[in-house]
Design a protein. Sequence first.
Length: 70
Amino acid sequence: MGDEKKSINISSQLYNEIKKRYVDSGEFESVEEFVELVLREFLQEEDYEEAYSPEEEEQIKERLRSLGYL
């Protein structure tokens, strides 16, 4: 994405922990890359959770029960 970047602040402790676990191990190029991925995935999960209405969710659960999955 070629979007303009904005700054956010996180605690030094959190920054250092992310750096130690994910950047120093080579999984990510930077803390910023890690945070951007986590936030993007969180937003996708939020979109996914809203994919079904409560009624649709109940219908799905009933169908799964009838098939023996629940």
